[in-house]
Write a protein that binds this ligand. Structure first.
Ligand code: ADP
Ligand code: MG
Length: 332
């Protein structure tokens, strides 16, 4: 079991409040992602759950048991960091076995757990190597293996893929998602990358300056962001925001429309503009359109469309995909 509950949890460093006051429920087996810009308090929140930081106020429960004042080692959680923190002089086998040896488990039990973890992580053929003889992705898998053998109630990941190149990040994303499906263990995953959040999470917690802006499934946040911050943070390319008369027409201070929800035409439409840069990606074309009075509006058109710099175009938003926000930034 790995149900985690935060009740009115806050954290200050001296006079600086980093997490004002948070309530959050993480269900057993859930994959929860904390996402938000750098410095918003993601790592602090994860470290509070791990017990690596003391809470200033509030209560943390794991499976209903109050662990607020319990030492990290007694919480039954396993943390995986961005830096792998492997022992360079030990083999992969011994790196994975290390926490079990420290716990005094017997040799045959350790052997089985290490080999099971290695199988799940495709490390069976690398058990005799040293970390220096592995790729970055393999090293990160060893670090995950060391967490798996402890059979934790939950895995806590702090930006585990940030040190990897883009292609490897994509592969590792899939591997961690598959691992979650195999193990069914609760995972709490911190990232500043909204693509990681969208692709991996059952539930996303969007943080901004220590506050929870919204909690929901990836598609709930995509379809119904509850405020301007979430609307601008989730989705790539970013949502376009328009103020003034076109927004007032919809009874809003600001309207938002995603690039993929705009039609582009050379002959007619609602908003007129001129093509600035067109990015031809093959599968999609991203067109940056400079309008008269509405600023630059970005459009994502499927496939290859033949637009040129300087060409006059018309844009039309899909009315069913328009987001409306009031003066306080909240969705209407
Ligand atoms: P994130 O992981 O989202 O980038 P952090 O949780 O690391 O953000 O940091 C949140 C805020 O708390 C930052 O403003 C950071 O400077 C501050 N902070 C983090 N740890 C400490 C600390 N030990 N002492 C003082 N301030 C800290
Ligand atoms: Mg961090």
């Amino acid at each position: 079991m790995g149900k985690i509950t935060l009740k009115s949890v806050s954290k200050s460093f001296g006079a600086t409040s980093v997490i004002p006051r948070i309530d959050l429920d993480i269900a057993d087996g859930e994959f929860v992602v904390f996402v938000g810009p750098s410095g918003c308090g993601k790592s602090t929140l994860l470290r509070l759950i791990a017990g690596l930081e003391d809470t200033t106020e509030g209560t943390i429960l794991i499976d209903g048991r109050d662990v607020t004042n319990e030492a990290p080692a007694r919480r039954g959680l396993a943390m995986v960091f961005q830096s792998y923190a492997l022992y360079p002089h030990m083999s992969v086998y011994n790196n994975i076995a290390f926490p079990l040896k420290m716990a005094g488990e017997d040799k045959s039990a350790i052997d089985k757990k290490v080999k099971d973890a290695a199988r799940v992580l495709n490390l069976t053929n690398y058990l005799e190597r040293r970390p220096g003889q592995l790729s970055g992705g393999q090293r990160q898998r060893v670090a995950i293996g060391r967490a798996i053998v402890r059979q934790p109630k939950a895995f806590l990941f702090d930006e585990p893929l940030s040190n990897l190149d883009a292609a490897l990040r994509g592969t590792m994303r899939l591997e961690i998602s598959e691992l979650h499906q195999q193990l069914g263990t609760t995972m709490v995953y911190v990232t500043h990358d909204q693509v990681e959040a969208m692709t991996m999470a059952d539930k996303i917690v969007v943080l901004n300056a220590g506050k929870i802006e919204q909690v929901g499934s990836p598609l709930e946040l995509y379809r119904s962001p509850s405020n301007l911050f979430v609307a601008g943070f989730i989705g790539s390319p970013r949502m376009n925001f328009i103020e003034g008369a076109p927004a007032a027409k919809h009874g809003a201070k600001t309207i938002g429309i995603r690039p993929e929800h705009l039609a582009i035409s050379a002959s007619s439409g609602e908003w007129k503009g001129t093509v600035g840069v067109a990015e031809h990606l093959g599968a999609d074309t991203f067109v940056h359109v400079h309008t008269n009075g509405l600023g630059t509006i970005n459009v994502r058109a499927p496939g290859e469309i033949g637009v040129e710099h300087g060409q006059a175009v018309w844009l039309t938003p899909d009315p069913s995909k328009l987001h409306r926000f009031g003066a306080d930034g909240r969705a209407l």
